[in-house]
Design a protein around this ligand. Structure first.
Ligand code: GDP
Ligand code: MG
Length: 442
C-alpha cells in the first residue's frame, strides 16, 4: 500500500542532518500521492505541498529523527494547523433565538445533521431548540425532519410544500421569538448540483434570517468534487462553519482539507453514523493521521519530538563521537528518557500493527517492571562505578544487589546488556536512539 511505501522511504532516509531539496524529493512526491489518494483536490494538494516545502527546507533534523520522519512531522503539523484552525463549538452569541442555517448539496446530510445538532445543543449547551424545514420540493423531507427532531428531543415547526421557504422561515422565527426558543435550526432544500435558482433561494433565506451560523454540510466521501461545491457555496453565502458527514465511511476524508482551504471556514463537527448521536467535535489531529494513512508513524514522530530531551541526546552523541565512551550514567539517562516518553506500552501503541503483532507475545507490564529494576540497580551504584563499570567486581556486585533488592545475577545481566549496548553505541556513533530503545525493551 501507499503508506507502506511512505513508511519505507522514511526508514531509508537515515543519517542525514538536514532537510534538503535532494533528500526529500521522493518523500514529497509520496506525500502528494497520499493526499491525492485521500481525495484532496489537486489545486489544494499543490498549494499544500508548496507550503510544506517552504517550511521544511533547511529544517534541522533533531534527535533520533531522520529527514523523512522530520518531514512527516512537518506535513502532519501543517495538516493539523490548516484543518484545526479556529475550531470552536457552535456560536450562539446573538439575541435569541440564534438562527443556524444549514446549507449543502442534496444527500449531504443536512436534515440528519440538523437533528444531531439539536440534540447537541440541548444536551451539551442546555438550549431550547426549534427546527424547521424549508425543503418544500420534497414533502418527505419535511416529514423526515419532524421524525428526527422528535428523536433529538427538540421541537419542530410545521411547514408545507405549498408555502414559500422565505415565508416558512419568517413564521418559524416569529414563533421562536414568541416562545422564547434559544436556537432556531433551519434545514434547507437539497441541491443535486449547483443550481442558480436554489442558490438564490438560500441567499434570500440568509438575508432574511441573519443567522449567527451558516453551516456548510458536506459529505466526506465526496472527494474531488467537494472543491467545486465548496466554491459555489462560499460565493453564495458567508459560511461560518463546516460539518463533514459520513466520516464513518471508508474514505480517507481528504475533502476536509479541500473544503477547509477553499472556504476558509472552520470544520466544527464530524458526522460518524446515521444515528442521532453520531456527531463528534472535529478532531484535526486524528483526521490528519487518517488523511496521511500513517497515523501511527505520525504519532510516534510527534512523541519522539516532544518526549526526548534533545540536549541530552545531542550531548550523548557528541560524547560517543569524541570517544569518551558510553557509561552507565548514559544508560540510566536512556532508561529515564524512555519513561518520559510514556513507557513501553504507550510507545508500542503507536507502532504499526505488524510490529504490534510481533510484540503481542511480549508481556508489556513485565518489560516495564524490568526497566524499573534496571533503573534501581544503576541507582545503587556509586558515581565512580557508573563511570567505570569495569571496577564492579564481586564485592561491589553484592553491595549493589543488596541496595537494589535484587539477586547478583540480575546485576550481572544488566552489566552484560550494558556492554552490548556500549558496543552498539560505538558502531552507531551516537545515532539510532529509537533502535536502541527498542533493544532495551526487548
Ligand atoms: P440531506 O439531503 O442533506 O438532508 O441529507 P439527509 O440528512 O437526508 O442524509 C442523506 C443520507 O445520508 C441519509 O440516508 C442519512 O441517514 C445519511 N447520513 C447522514 N449523515 C450521515 C453520517 O454521518 N454517517 C452515515 N453513515 N450516514 C449519514
Ligand atoms: Mg434534507
Amino acid at each position: 500500500a501507499l503508506s507502506d511505501k511512505l513508511s519505507r522511504l522514511v526508514k531509508e532516509m537515515r543519517g542525514q542532518a538536514r532537510i534538503t531539496e535532494a533528500n526529500v524529493q521522493d518523500m514529497l512526491r509520496e506525500v502528494r500521492m497520499a493526499l491525492l489518494e485521500a481525495d484532496v483536490a489537486l489545486p489544494v494538494v499543490r498549494d499544500f505541498i508548496a507550503r510544506v516545502k517552504d517550511k521544511a527546507m533547511g529544517h534541522e533534523v533533531v534527535g533520533s529523527l531522520n529527514p523523512g520522519q522530520a518531514l512527516v512531522g512537518i506535513v502532519n503539523r501543517e495538516l493539523v494547523a490548516t484543518m484545526g484552525e479556529g475550531v470552536s463549538d457552535i456560536n450562539l452569541a446573538a439575541q435569541p433565538p440564534a438562527v443556524i442555517l444549514m446549507a449543502g448539496l442534496q444527500g449531504a446530510g443536512k436534515t440528519t445533521t440538523t437533528a444531531k445538532l439539536a440534540k447537541h445543543l440541548i444536551e451539551k449547551r442546555r438550549k431550547k431548540v426549534l427546527t424547521v424545514s424549508g425543503d418544500v420540493y420534497r414533502p418527505a423531507a419535511i416529514e423526515q425532519l419532524r421524525t428526527v427532531t422528535k428523536q433529538a428531543g427538540a421541537e419542530w415547526f410545521p411547514s408545507s410544500p405549498e408555502q414559500k421557504p422565505l415565508d416558512i422561515a419568517r413564521a418559524a422565527l416569529d414563533h421562536a421569538r414568541k416562545q422564547y426558543f434559544d436556537v432556531l435550526l433551519v434545514d434547507t432544500a437539497g441541491r443535486l448540483a449547483i443550481d442558480e435558482v436554489l442558490m438564490r433561494e438560500i441567499r434570500d433565506l440568509h438575508a432574511a434570517l441573519n443567522p449567527v451560523e451558516t453551516l456548510f454540510i458536506v459529505d466526506a466521501m465526496q472527494g474531488q468534487d467537494a472543491v467545486n461545491t465548496a466554491k459555489a457555496f462560499r460565493e453564495a453565502l458567508p459560511l461560518t462553519g463546516i460539518i463533514l458527514t459520513k466520516m464513518d465511511g471508508d474514505s480517507r476524508g481528504g475533502a476536509a482539507l479541500s473544503v477547509r482551504q477553499i472556504t476558509g471556514a472552520p470544520i466544527k463537527f464530524a458526522g460518524v453514523s446515521e444515528k442521532i448521536d453520531g456527531l463528534e467535535v472535529f478532531d484535526a489531529e486524528r483526521h490528519a493521521g487518517r488523511i496521511l494513512g500513517m497515523g501511527d508513524i505520525v504519532a510516534l514522530v510527534e512523541q519522539v519530538t516532544a518526549g526526548v530531551d534533545m540536549q541530552a541526546a545531542q550531548k550523548l552523541a557528541a560524547k560517543v563521537k569524541s570517544g569518551e565512551g558510553f557509561d552507565l550514567n548514559d544508560f540510566l539517562a536512556q532508561i529515564q528518557q524512555m519513561k518520559q516518553m510514556g513507557g513501553l506500552s504507550t510507545l508500542m501503541e503507536k507502532m504499526p500493527s505488524q510490529i504490534q503483532a510481533k510484540a503481542g507475545q511480549v508481556d508489556m507490564d513485565k518489560a516495564e517492571r524490568d526497566i524499573r529494576r534496571k533503573e534501581g540497580i544503576i541507582c545503587s551504584m556509586t558515581p565512580a562505578e557508573r563511570r567505570k563499570p569495569d571496577i564492579i567486581k564481586a564485592t561491589r556486585k553484592r553491595r549493589i544487589a543488596a541496595g537494589a533488592g535484587v539477586h547478583v545475577q540480575e546485576v550481572n545481566r544488566l552489566l552484560n546488556e550494558f556492554e552490548q549496548m556500549q558496543g552498539m553505541m560505538k558502531k552507531m556513533k551516537g545515532g539510532g536512539l529509537m533502535k536502541m530503545m527498542k533493544r532495551m525493551g526487548a
